[in-house]
Design a protein around this ligand. Structure first.
Ligand code: ATP
Ligand code: MG
Length: 285
């Protein structure tokens, strides 16, 4: 019989992984071939974490587990005190490609989740004016006031990515998952978007999980950076970023900042070196 889920206690973490393993299918499970393994993680409410690691190490897999798109083969994932048993409504997501619908205007792209996800879906018609106002306010915050009626093809890549972040935030999620959201952008636009994300997060205090290949990005934005290894896909380093808030771009030129970036880079180098050595010796990583 299903047991009632206990209410989260005041001190409980917002994201909690307890010894989580995932094999993508039964065959892989039977071969003990796991995409991620032995993940233990506790993230407090409102924290911003970043995950870095080599390609294929399991970062996107971690995201799927966090948002309930995949269930662990072993272990437990809890979000906001509740075990995750299916896709979560309390999260918003944005990916490397903005994936806006080309036939919808900026405004209608941002409104899309409200048309799909309950409890908004059933109220959408009645509350449309309020939702439009919310979308416009969000667009104004990311510097896109006045672009509501433009189509995606009329926007630059950076603008499209801002729209996609607004779309991820329109239903006021408790958690924002970003999988390399700025990877395709030029360096200036990327830094501009770091600041936009920083401001939205400081204002709204949702949890953020950011996957990135950019170590500077992770150090600039996150409270904690996790480094993942490949084969096995594990969390091997947990680095608190104790740089003061509010951080502005100037901080990225300070020795304190670059020291942390170097330290993370040497961890990644060690992981990649280990994988390369294993491949050279004929051991498949
Ligand atoms: N649907 C799937 N079925 C089987 N294996 C998968 C599936 N998705 C991912 N994998 C495997 O799981 C491992 C981790 O993949 P994942 O996509 O999480 O890596 P990643 O760290 O996000 O990589 P990248 O930086 O290239 O995006 C890889 O070995 C990959 O081949
Ligand atoms: Mg990925």
């Amino acid at each position: 019989m299903a047991q009632p889920t206990p209410a989260p206690s005041a001190g409980s973490p917002f994201i909690e992984f307890q010894d989580v393993w995932l094999a993508y299918n039964e065959t892989l499970l039977a071969q003990n071939s796991f995409a991620v393994e032995a993940i233990d993680l506790r993230v407090n409410k409102g924290q911003f974490i970043a995950i870095v690691g080599p390609s294929g190490c399991g970062k996107s897999t971690f995201m799927k587990l966090t948002t309930g798109l995949r269930r662990p083969s072993r272990g437990t994932v809890r979000i906001d005190g509740q075990p995750v048993t299916g896709p979560l409504k309390i999260s918003g997501m944005a990916f490397q490609a903005p994936s806006l619908l080309p036939w919808r205007t900026t405004l209608d792209n941002v409104l899309l989740p409200l048309e799909i996800v309950e409890p908004h879906r059933s109220q959408f018609k009645a509350r449309r004016a309020e939702y439009v106002q919310r979308a416009s306010a969000l667009l104004a915050k990311v510097g896109l006031g006045g672009y509501e009626s433009k189509f995606p093809w009329q926007l630059s890549g950076g603008m499209q990515q801002r729209v996609s972040i607004c779309r991820a935030l329109i239903h006021e999620p408790k958690m924002l998952l970003l999988d390399e959201p700025f990877g395709a952008l030029d360096a200036f636009t990327r830094e501009e978007l770091w600041c936009i994300l920083r401001d939205l997060w400081l204002e709204q205090q949702f949890n953020v999980v950011l996957v990135t290949h950019d170590l500077r990005e992770s150090v600039f934005l996150a409270d904690t950076v996790y480094v993942m290894s490949k084969g096995p896909g594990r969390f091997v380093v947990n680095r608190q970023i104790d740089l003061p808030r509010v951080r502005d771009l100037e901080i990225t030129y300070t020795p304190a900042f670059t020291d942390i970036v170097h330290e993370l880079r040497s961890h990644i180098g060690a992981i990649r070196g280990g994988a390369a050595a294993a491949a050279a010796s004929g051991v498949v990583a």
